[in-house]
Design a binder for this molecule. Structure first.
Ligand SMILES: Nc1ncnc2c1ncn2[C@@H]1O[C@H](COP(=O)(O)OP(=O)(O)OP(=O)(O)O)[C@@H](O)[C@H]1O
Length: 368
């Protein structure tokens, strides 16, 4: 009897404990579910707010749609003023033109100026893929990339709205000599531009998800901001427009003189193809010559062979642009060596863009 009572007294607390732990388990489950639900709700609300903020203007206008991404430049913009001014652009506002279209200067007020690129071909039907690509381009922010502030899509034409780069393109600076006392194109500036452009391209190749291949690296796609800092522009355009839709001198996307040799065989764009094109830009910075310069043909040589010869014979300081008055021979030699590596005929022997950045940084580590 005593034994039975003892067993009963042992049994009772354990069932109470069981009930208690079941309640605790229920509480924990409820808390976990509530926590997860609250996280989901907060994420949805944050996404909605972000999506609403990201587009400050998204309106139908003259049969098209205008989208502006939110940034400190665009936040104080009146949408109506912007659209009115955009539609009033005329030939006198043109600042350049290229294979994809014409670029206009659009001044909203003294402080707010944009570069508006009118793409030659619009999309007859609304193309969500095209818009998604543009929205992805709008998300890319880096000090060496020209930011895209918005776009306008219409049946006949499209507009891309970029930040205006006050010092124009590297192509104009080198080949039209458009530099000044305040913004010279001396040796230190060239080194800074080379490194800035390399950093911008390395960011597209290695840090963007998905990784971006530029496909059309050349001196006219490297622009200079007010600090003469290099900014890579036109990334994504070769993909957006498709090779058959551009008139950029070659069947594959890209520009003759900058294209890696393997692209002619495979037609495939790769990051190593961009590295080759960057090597050509380095040569332009070093020599002041265009890749299609007649002197290469006159000497019966090709760019790659010519660079190899210059480096092997240690003639670097004689190949340098005559407008560079003052330079350090060892630095010039090192940049030539980087260019030579980028221009390796076999893509697998070329460095990656982050490798190029490292090599350029090592040339003048204390200043760059
Ligand atoms: N954001 C910008 N700020 C200032 N100038 C610009 C800007 N974008 C383009 N430009 C100017 O307009 C010119 C034409 O640019 P665009 O990108 O249309 O053609 P491209 O680069 O010369 O050739 P392609 O279209 O074949 O790449 C550039 O060389 C540059 O001088």
């Amino acid at each position: 009897m005593l034994q039975r009572i003892q067993i009963a007294s042992l049994k009772t607390p354990s069932s109470v404990e069981m009930a208690r732990s079941a309640v605790i388990a229920l509480y924990i489950t409820i808390c976990c579910v509530a926590f997860i639900l609250s996280k989901i709700i907060i994420s949805v609300l944050l996404y909605k707010r972000w999506a609403r903020r990201r587009r400050i203007v998204e309106e139908d206008f003259c049969g098209g749609k205008m989208v502006m991404f939110r940034s400190h430049t665009t936040q104080s913009l009146s949408s109506k003023a912007f659209m009115k001014k955009t539609m009033k652009l005329t030939n006198k506002d043109i600042i350049g033109s290229g294979g994809y279209g014409t670029v206009y200067r659009l001044e909203i007020d003294e402080k707010t100026v944009f570069a508006v690129k009118r793409l030659n071909k619009g999309h007859a039907e609304r193309d969500r893929g095209f818009e998604r690509e543009l929205e992805a381009m709008g998300d890319i922010k880096h000090r060496n990339i020209v930011p895209l502030h918005g776009y306008y899509v219409a049946p006949q034409f499209n507009l891309l709205i970029y930040e205006l780069m006050p010092n124009g393109s590297l192509d104009t600076l080198i080949h039209a000599g458009k530099w000044s006392e305040e913004n010279p194109l001396d040796w230190p500036s060239r080194l800074k531009i080379a490194l800035g452009a390399a950093r911008g391209l390395a960011y597209l190749h290695h840090d963007c998800i998905p990784h971006i291949i530029h496909r059309d690296i050349k001196s006219s796609n490297i622009l200079l901001d007010h600090n003469m800092e290099a900014r890579v522009s036109d990334f994504g355009l070769a993909t957006l427009m498709g090779p058959d839709k551009t008139h950029v001198s070659t069947l594959v996307a890209g520009t003759f003189g900058y294209l890696a040799p393997e692209i002619f065989d495979t037609g495939r764009a790769t990051t190593k193809g961009d590295v080759y094109s960057f090597g050509v830009v380095l040569l332009e910075l070093l020599t002041g010559k265009r890749p299609t310069d007649e002197s290469f043909v006159e000497e019966g040589t090709k760019l790659v062979t010519w660079v190899k010869g210059v480096v092997e014979e240690k003639r670097e300081e004689h190949a340098i642009d005559t407008s560079i008055r003052c330079f350090q021979v060892d630095e010039v030699q090192k940049v030539f060596a980087v260019a030579e590596k980028c221009l390796e005929p076999d893509p697998s022997n070329r460095p990656t863009m982050s490798g190029v950045v490292k090599m350029l940084e090592e040339i003048k580590p204390q200043e760059l």
